[in-house]
Design a protein around this ligand. Structure first.
Ligand code: GDP
Ligand code: CO
Length: 394
């Protein structure tokens, strides 16, 4: 893959927030070659393959159409470990069983290393309880509903499998070629990074909408534009310079080195993606004290890479949008480093959109603790013994 080196960077404590990088060539061939310009990096296929072998791709899924899941599976490079974490209904139709069968059938043809697990499996809860990982449970002592919860379980499985990198791809993507590109971008970002603590976020070139006059290739999702604006305001408040650096606040497609992933705190449900950025700013921005001195010394890099493929996914309707707004802006609002002036602005924004009533605050999402200190061998042992929904194919 040939892509931009970061052209501008906001530095915030130990964090380098890189501006959006473009892709020039999806496949730049085998050898590293000589890039035509010093501002461009060529990541060869050998280097990409080596990183893919150390990478797990987590697909969080809840009741998506099977055809879409099958497409996503086909787009993930063979050498990555594919992990499906499902919260699909089991009644009246057992949707999880259908997903499992689709995965098994796929595996019969491709012979790939895959894991699948249901988020609500009581055996999974047993394993989590045993290692003291409690912040992910609901009142019934079973893992809560939520995309973030699924992602965290996926990361634990990736760690259990000994992977160095973990990426996320939604199950509702219509274009397998786009899925493939996301993973190539993840690997290229990792290859370009200068620290073991790295995050690579996907910026979609277009998010097409169907309109009466045909396809309209819009640049921004309705929520993401606003989320990015407030994330940028948060950065600007501390640096004193306005910035537009953050473009991927709501990007579900992103990847991290395990070393970074295991240090972060995660926010429930759909606030997970913007909160990753907020948490990085809180933890490594130098404003609040941190226990992670090694990361402070080596630095944290956040890259954002713009795809060549447009992003086609399922449109989920107005209620979902409101939930996204509330979660995304709410997690900035409740951040320990959010200045009062920004809080007022967020309140105004949410009230203007009739998401928040006068005199109320945005919902505070529950947090999921970092998993660095989880005894992963103990977790694995109990999971293998007790989680009946857990299937590992090789
Ligand atoms: P959007 O694309 O950000 O608007 O959100 P989606 O509704 O498409 O959700 C993103 C992904 O998360 C999809 O693959 C969903 O199926 C999946 N998802 C949503 N809720 C849950 C959940 O509770 N658990 C899991 N494991 N996945 C979920
Ligand atoms: Co979606």
């Amino acid at each position: 893959m040939k892509l931009d080196l970061p052209r501008y960077t906001e530095r915030f404590g130990a964090i380098s927030l890189h501006g959006v990088q473009r892709v020039y060539e999806l496949d730049s061939g085998f050898n590293e070659g000589r890039p035509a310009s010093e501002a461009i990096r060529s990541v060869g296929n050998v280097e990409i393959s080596e990183i893919e072998r150390k990478m797990a791709i987590v697909i969080p899924i809840k009741g998506e159409r099977l055809k879409l899941l099958e497409g996503v599976l086909s787009g993930i490079p063979h050498d990555c470990l594919t992990i499906i974490v499902s919260n699909s209904p089991r009644q009246p139709v057992d949707r999880f069983k259908l997903e499992k069968e689709a995965l098994e059938q796929f595996n019969r043809f491709v012979g790939k290393n895959t894991l699948i697990l249901h988020q609500k499996d009581p055996g999974l809860s047993d394993a989590l309880k045993e290692v003291g990982y409690n912040s992910i449970f609901g009142p019934d002592d079973i893992v809560r509903n939520g995309k973030a919860e699924g992602m965290v379980i996926g990361m634990l499985l990736a760690k259990m499998a000994g992977k160095d990198y973990v990426g996320f791809i939604d199950a509702d993507n219509y274009v397998p070629g786009a899925v493939n590109e996301y993973v190539k971008i993840f690997a290229s970002g990792i290859a370009m990074s200068n620290t073991p603590y790295t995050m690579v976020r996907i910026s979609w070139i277009y998010k097409p909408k169907v309109s009466e006059s045909g396809l309209y290739f819009s640049k921004w999702g309705r929520v993401s534009e606003i989320t990015n604006q407030y994330l940028n305001s948060l950065v600007s408040y501390y640096t004193g310079f306005e910035t537009e650096v953050m473009r991927t606040g709501n990007s579900g497609e992103h990847c991290m080195s395990m070393k970074l992933a295991e240090l972060l705190t995660y926010s429930s449900g759909f606030s997970v993606e913007p909160y990753e950025v907020v948490d990085i700013l809180e933890e490594f921005g130098g404003i609040l004290p941190t226990e992670n001195q090694d990361a402070m010394d080596k630095g944290i890099e956040v890259m954002q890479v713009e795809t060549r493929n447009p992003h086609f996914h399922e449109e989920k309707g107005e209620d979902h949008l409101k939930e996204m707004f509330n979660g995304s802006l709410g997690c900035i609002y409740h951040s320990k480093i959010c200045p009062p002036r920004l809080r007022d602005k967020i309140n105004e924004e949410l009230r203007g959109r009739e998401i928040l009533q006068e005199g109320r605050e945005p919902d505070m999402q529950r947090n999921i603790q970092s998993f660095k200190s989880v005894d992963i061998h103990q977790f694995a042992k109990i999971l293998h013994d007790r989680a009946i929904s857990f299937v590992h194919s090789n």
